[in-house]
Design a protein. Structure first.
Length: 321
């Protein structure tokens, strides 16, 4: 958990030595991207939250063009591009994490969970889908934060120091599983955390017993990946959620590009901009044309909108959903 010696809250990776020309490591709270680079526990009198927020405050946001260029480099295996994308979006995690304050986890723990989602989003993001990275990443960040809150609720019966240790092990396990794309062993987790393997095995077993007792299942860490198991079968894919948000955001601009009659028909048929949904007959009476003419105007308008969406690389299935 944040504040532990293995996933510290106070600043993340140590400064690189002067003259080291290698790509800088992103300062991700609680989840060091390189083993053994985590700084020591915060000094007395220092506010870890303030220090962290100050550190990430200097990260410049990326423009849309920069974002696409960097995302393409990431897909080609460019590690420095990956680090830059992560660092440029750390403030997004903080913004989302603040919404979950007073839900059972301190802010820094919420940020730590959200950063795991950010790292996964960077790995999965496809810049050719037509929407901004922040829209896509929000889904993963929220899911990992909510998972952390649920884990806390499941282990609330345990002493607080045990809860913290279990959460640290679970977080290390999720991080390694996402990095390696395989289930980490207790030995790998222990090595990553620089802890005794027996202690890690004991904490994993304790977590397993607690989750069985509280949920009647084998717990949250099933055979699926940690992030894939979050969503469940009923949840939409993050890319689909992101596309829907993106479409709704720019729909007004697209409607303005339609002719007046086409825009009016679409607004009234789909209940946009304060209109109630209307039938073809009702619209025809209002604008003085036949039902068949309204139907043809609607077909033409939807065809134009579909073309606009195609030019932005967005699937037409999300239109007016």
């Amino acid at each position: 958990m944040v504040g532990s010696k293995h996933f510290p809250a106070d600043l993340l990776n140590r400064r690189r030595p002067a003259g080291d020309s290698a790509a800088p490591r992103p300062k991700v709270v609680g989840t060091s991207l390189r083993q053994g680079t985590a700084p020591p526990r915060k000094s007395p009198g220092h506010d870890a939250t303030s220090i962290y927020l100050k550190e990430i405050g200097g990260s410049r946001l990326l423009t849309s063009a920069e974002e696409k260029m960097i995302a393409r480099r990431i897909r080609q295996g460019d590690e420095s591009a990956r680090h830059r994308m992560i660092e440029s979006n750390l403030r997004l995690v903080v913004k989302i994490a603040r919404r979950y304050i007073n839900r059972g986890l301190p802010l820094l723990d919420l940020i730590e969970e959200g950063n795991l989602g950010l790292i996964h989003a960077v790995k999965k993001f496809d810049p050719e889908r037509g929407f901004r990275f922040s829209t896509y990443a929000t889904w993963w960040i929220r899911q990992t934060i909510e998972r952390g809150i649920m884990n806390q609720a499941r282990t609330v019966r345990l002493p607080i120091h045990i809860v913290k240790d279990i959460n640290s092990v679970l977080r290390a396990s999720r991080f390694l599983r996402d990095e390696q794309e395989t289930e980490p062993t207790a030995g790998e987790i222990a090595q990553h955390m620089q802890r005794d393997i027996g202690e890690v095995e004991r904490l994993l077993a304790l977590h397993h017993r607690v989750t069985i007792g509280s949920t009647g299942s084998s717990g949250v860490d099933d055979e699926r990946g940690p992030l894939e198991s979050l969503a469940g079968k009923r949840d939409a894919e993050p890319a689909q959620c992101a596309q829907k948000q993106h479409v709704h955001k720019i729909l007004d601009r697209w409607l303005d590009e339609l002719g007046e009659k086409q825009r009016t028909v679409i607004e009234r048929r789909f209940g946009l901009h304060g209109y109630r949904r209307q039938t073809l007959e009702q619209i025809g009476l209002d604008i003085g044309v036949t039902r068949e003419r309204v139907r043809q105007i609607q077909i033409d308008a939807l065809k134009n909108l579909k073309n606009m969406m195609g030019s932005h690389g967005i699937c037409s299935e999300f239109m007016l959903d």
